[in-house]
Every structure is written in C-alpha cells, then in structure tokens.
Design a protein around this ligand. Structure first.
Ligand code: NAP
Ligand code: ZN
Ligand code: ZN
Length: 350
C-alpha cells in the first residue's frame, strides 16, 4: 500500500507560524471522493485553533474548513458525486450516522462514539488525524461533500461552507423574515454573510459594529441601519427593538447591554466563540422573558439548503484572494480587523 502525501500549509505548534509542508493523504475508500481543492476560506476559528485557544489541539495542524473544489477521483461505491463535479466541504467530514442527531441531519451534534469528525484538528474513526483545506487535496466520504450550484463561483462559495451556514442556521431557526428586526453584531466573515442572508430572507437588518468604518459596505450588503457600539447612545436608542440578535464577535462583549436591545420574547444567538467564558446577569433574561442561545455550524442537509438559497439569491462571500504564502499575514490582518470580508486562499499557489 503506497501512502499518498499532499502539500499543505500547517501550523507545527501553537506558537509558530504556518509553513509549507507535506502531510499524509487518507487512502481512498469505496465511499470516498478525492477533491482537488481550488479555494479555502480563512475562518477566525482556524486562528483560534492554530493558536490552541480552545485547548486540545492536534499538531501539525492543517487548518481550513471552508473548502471548494472539483472531484478528481471517486471510490467504487460512490453514487452522489462524479469526477469533475464542483463540491464543497465544511467543518465536518464524518459522524456516526446512527444516533438521533445524525438521523435528523444534525451531524454536528453527533452523540455517537466516536462522534463528529471535524475536517481538521480532529481524528478519523481509525484514530488518524484529519487535515483541512490549506492543502492541494482532501479525501472525504461522499455524504460530507456538498454540491456547489453552477451560478456560484468557487472562490466566493468557499466561505459559505462555514461562515454561510453558521449564520443561515440560526436565522432560519429563529424565523428571520418579513416583519422581523434582526441585529448582526460584528461585520466580519460571519457577520457579512448574516447581513446578506437575513436581508434576502426579508428581515429588517441592523449592523452593530465597533465603529462606522465599514458602514458603506454594510449598507451595500443589505443592512437597513448601521450603528456603532462605541457610541453609548446606540444602546439607549435601540433598547427593546430587536426580535433576534446574532452575535458573531470573537471576543468577550458586555452581553447584558446587548440583551437590553431585545424586545420581550426576543432571542440572542451566540455564534462567536471567544477563548474565555462569558458572563451575564440572569436579570437581563428575566425581564422581558428573553432567551440566550448558541448555534454551531449546521448539518449536512441544511448546508446544502443554504448553498441553494445563496445561489438563488445571488449571494456569495465578499473576498480578498491571497496566495498561500501570505497566510500568516492574513491571520494578523484578521486579528487586527483588517479584512473585507473573508480571506480566501488560491490553492493553486500552494
Ligand atoms: P472575523 O472575521 O474576525 O469577525 C469578527 C468580527 O467581530 C470583527 O470583524 C469585528 O467586527 C468584531 N470584533 C472583533 N473583535 C472585537 C472586539 N474586541 N469587540 C467587539 N467586536 C469585535 O471572525 P469570523 O470568522 O466571522 O468568526 C467570528 C467568531 O465566530 C469566531 O470566534 C469564530 O471562531 C466563531 N465561529 C463560530 C462558528 C460556530 O459554529 N458557532 C462557526 C464559525 C466561526 P466589527 O469590526 O464590525 O466590530
Ligand atoms: Zn469556521
Ligand atoms: Zn451520530
């Protein structure tokens, strides 16, 4: 048995920059497909994990869970995809398939053993590490590859595989639509997708950003209003006005202040995943009978639904395409808030 290797950009340890290297490529099983990766988005979660901010990281780590590419090879039993198909891979590459959540299409919440296999920084069911999208190829089970509709070009589609579905899922679950007022906190990779999707769903959308620096872009993306959270009058004037708040911020925020912006019965959904525990006063929830919720990516059926929705509404990510060698600089720029709105690696440069 020959072991295939692929070229990739990997973090050797938590404190070192990513470097060009090779990693083993998984054997192609009968139900697997080989994808030539064309583009890989840089999600803030890649940075959290490459720096081991969430703990338990596996090194060397090839990040990347916003993958768009073309099928290069299929296993003998593959029926869902053919060579040449345009496909995407998000945050997961396998799960148990049998537990209640897997059967409901919520593979991200698999309770089986072993459970959800994350695209990188995880382990396959045989214990070998998974490697992500900053690489020339990836091998995945056919059930965990999504169809990318023809009308979406692969570069702007890549970020939909994580950022897109992560915001589509709670917007859809909590009924963003006509007559609903939705606030999106943070206009980064997730936030700029949330604005476009909530707008396309028919909701009235307000961006709550640290400053008015990106206001023009936010309005172009479909926001009806754009307010700075550094301005205390924002919290006074908008008190009690939203049905739904989607918080995409990667850092700790004064959650009580944001809960004050909800109408009675409203919900604030946390999708940002800061390194440290967050705190809030329960009284911010009691008055007004408000809810605080969390949401993690979306299942495979919902990810396909989101891709089809985005294609139907002409929604893609607004990207800055980079060469793979510039990935460390891109990380620094994400941390500095200097990105509009997603860095995407051109994998041909790996
Ligand atoms: P991003 O592009 O860096 O966007 C985050 C935005 O948050 C920034 O653009 C900024 O927006 C705002 N922000 C950053 N630091 C802030 C601070 N100190 N105070 C207030 N606002 C701040 O990151 P992303 O890729 O969208 O990811 C956002 C978070 O979601 C990360 O924690 C990531 O790990 C997490 N995530 C979660 C899931 C999930 O399934 N739940 C999936 C993907 C990502 P403004 O400049 O507009 O203020
Ligand atoms: Zn992500
Ligand atoms: Zn399961």
């Amino acid at each position: 048995m020959t072991e295939n290797v692929i070229t990739a950009y990997a973090a050797p340890t938590a404190n070192a920059p990513l470097e060009r290297t090779t990693v083993p490529r998984r054997e192609v099983g009968p139900r697997d497909i080989v994808i030539d990766i064309k583009y890989a988005g840089i999600c803030h979660s890649d940075i959290h994990q490459a720096k081991d901010e969430w703990g338990g990281a596996i090194f060397p780590m090839v990040p990347g869970h916003e993958i768009a590419g073309v099928v290069a090879e299929v296993g003998s039993e593959v029926t869902r995809h053919a060579v040449g198909d345009r496909v995407g891979v998000g945050c997961m590459v396998d799960s148990c398939r049998e537990c209640e959540n897997c059967r409901a299409g919520l593979e991200q919440h698999c309770t089986g053993n072993p459970g959800t296999v994350m695209t990188y920084n995880g382990r396959h069911h045989d214990g070998t590490p998974t490697y992500g999208g900053y690489a020339t190829q990836v091998v995945v089970d056919q059930d965990f590859a999504l169809r990318i509709p023809e009308s979406l070009s692969l570069d702007v589609a890549a970020p939909l595989l994580c950022a897109g579905v992560t915001v589509y899922s709670p917007l859809s679950r909590y009924g963003a639509g006509p007559g609903k007022r939705v606030a999106v906190v943070g206009l980064g990779g997730l936030g700029h997708m949330a604005v476009q999707i909530a707008h396309a769903m028919g909701a009235e959308v307000t961006v709550l950003s640290q400053s008015l620096r990106k206001k023009e872009d936010g309005l172009k993306l479909g926001a009806d209003e754009y307010r700075a959270t550094s301005d205390a009058t924002t919290f006074k004037e908008l008190a009690g006005s939203f049905d739904l708040i989607v918080n995409t911020v990667s850092a700790d925020l004064d959650l009580d202040a944001y809960l004050g912006l909800l109408r009675a019965g409203g919900t604030m959904v946390q999708v940002g995943a800061p390194e440290k525990p967050v705190s809030l006063s329960v009284f911010s929830l009691l008055g007004g009978g408000k809810s605080m919720a969390g949401s993690m990516i979306g299942g495979i059926p919902e990810t396909q639904e989101m891709l089809d929705f985005c294609a139907e509404h002409g929604i893609g990510s607004k990207i800055e395409l980079i060469e793979a060698k510039d990935v460390n600089e891109a990380y620094e720029r994400v941390l500095a808030g200097d990105v509009r709105f997603r860095f995407v690696i051109d994998n041909a440069t790996i």
